[in-house]
Design a protein around this ligand. Structure first.
Ligand SMILES: [Zn+2]
Length: 436
């Protein structure tokens, strides 16, 4: 027996795969960043004597949440402009502020703030899309967070790149520079059909094919987006993407609040993934993603927070709760997307969408130890009849006490181990003072 195993004991262990199973008084054994066994707690104590045993006796132990859509540096614009429609918000507030303030230091400080907030809500992997993606990548690597970095393609000039050609050239350089990072992968991230040209999208698709990368894109976020496309091309955005062969199991279609029969068929037949961002869609009154209908058609649906400027937090537990209750209201069906299904969408489905299904998303032997502990013994969670229900419908992010990414303990009893909480707050305040 080597002295390298860490054994996390929980009151409950919820592996997510197999589906809807809860083990009581159980443990997860980690070695070299990977899960090597899930085992009855008493047996683990006998088998792994002298090893590092961590006892979370009030807690549920489960896979970390996977945030499939974020613009992490926008945390520094949290609350900057609220109560507006998407295009008004973007054109008159967010894009001008970004033009003025976005820089490498803005992106680094904003990414660190976002990573800290995500860790403290149980996120172990995030999929990002923003300018200066190499800086977000650097922040993720430094903090030990698993990340999927979107390589953006945007038509208009911005503080990072002058046009699509410039974006593309920079992206290729960034893609090559981070190949050796074990916790980092990439997506190609054409912003949307209204902010990226068709030629740019085609170019992205070719690169994605060559390097086996997902394509991360806002699709049918609002009715305005669909109407604008109909006016200029007489086609809906998704139909255009379909004609361009972009719809496939590579596509992460973020939002999809506007869905007619033809759209539904394209998504279901192509194997595209839906990234559902309920808070952002509700706040911007963008519409309702018919999540239950997609799930029933066998579509892989996962969740994203979107950026903190349109949410206004990066709280995945809130997204779980909202997604589940919203699905019931939209489908007019109280049995829609039950608690176990919701938890699966926030973990296993997210990993599948990002092409990380072999690596993370459940507590299966051989997968990375991307694990969280949620304290269910607090007053607000009592009594506990069904731990999964309690997590989805009742728990708040303050109950996430511990987070491991690839076996590394990044949140220990609510304390960040690779980031300085006070420094993050001070820097965010400084940016707020400058920008306001
Ligand atoms: Zn977005």
């Amino acid at each position: 027996m080597t002295a390298t195993e860490t054994i996390i004991h929980g009151k409950w262990v919820i592996p997510v795969e197999p589906h809807d199973v809860v083990y009581e008084n159980y443990a997860v054994v980690i070695k070299d960043g990977k899960i090597i066994e899930t085992i009855d707690s008493a047996k683990a104590l006998q088998k792994y004597t002298g090893q590092n045993h961590i006892h979370k006796s009030k807690h549920a132990i489960l896979p970390g949440f996977i945030n499939c859509h974020c613009h992490s540096p926008m945390s520094l614009l949290r609350g900057y402009a609220d109560d507006l429609a998407l295009m008004d918000w973007l054109q008159h507030y967010i894009w001008p502020a970004e033009k003025k303030w976005v820089s490498e230091s803005f992106v680094f400080d904003g990414s660190c703030l976002a990573i800290a907030e995500m860790l403290r809500s149980g996120v172990t992997c995030f999929n990002d899309m923003y300018f200066f993606p190499h800086i977000t990548a650097k922040a993720a690597v430094q903090t030990g967070m698993r990340s999927v970095i979107g390589l953006p393609i945007i038509t208009f000039a911005n503080p990072w790149a002058s046009d699509e050609d410039d974006c593309f050239a920079k992206n290729v350089e960034i893609f090559n520079a981070f190949q050796q990072e074990p916790l980092l992968t990439f997506t190609m991230a054409p912003h949307s059909i209204y902010a990226t040209s068709e030629a740019g999208i085609m170019r992205v698709a070719e690169f994605a094919d060559q390097h086996n990368l997902p394509i991360h894109m806002h699709v049918h976020e609002t009715d305005d987006e669909v109407q604008q496309s109909l006016q200029t091309t007489k086609q809906r955005p998704l139909a255009r993407l379909h004609k361009m062969n972009i719809t496939s199991s590579r596509l992460l279609a973020v939002h999809m609040t506007q869905v007619n029969e033809a759209d539904h068929e394209i998504i279901a037949a192509s194997g595209s993934h839906i990234i559902h961002c309920p808070s952002s869609n509700l706040k911007l009154a963008s519409g309702f993603c018919p999540a239950q209908r997609f799930v029933q058609a066998g579509v892989n649906v996962a969740f994203g927070t979107d950026g903190a400027a349109s949410n206004n937090n990066l709280d995945m537990l809130e997204e779980l709760q909202l997604a589940s209750i919203l699905a019931k209201a939209v489908a007019n069906e109280p049995t829609a997307i039950d608690a176990a299904q919701t938890l699966r969408m926030a973990t296993y489905n997210g990993a599948q969408a990002l092409g990380l299904g072999e690596m993370t998303g459940s507590l299966e032997v051989g997968k990375a130890a991307d694990i969280i502990a949620i304290d269910l013994e607090q007053l607000e969670s009592q009594p506990v009849y069904h731990p999964v229900s309690q997590i989805v419908y009742t728990a708040s992010r303050e109950q996430v006490t511990d987070v491991w990414v690839n076996g590394k303990h990044l949140l220990a009893d609510r304390q960040l181990t690779t980031l300085d909480e006070h420094e993050l707050i001070a820097k965010a305040k400084q940016w707020g003072d400058k920008i306001s």
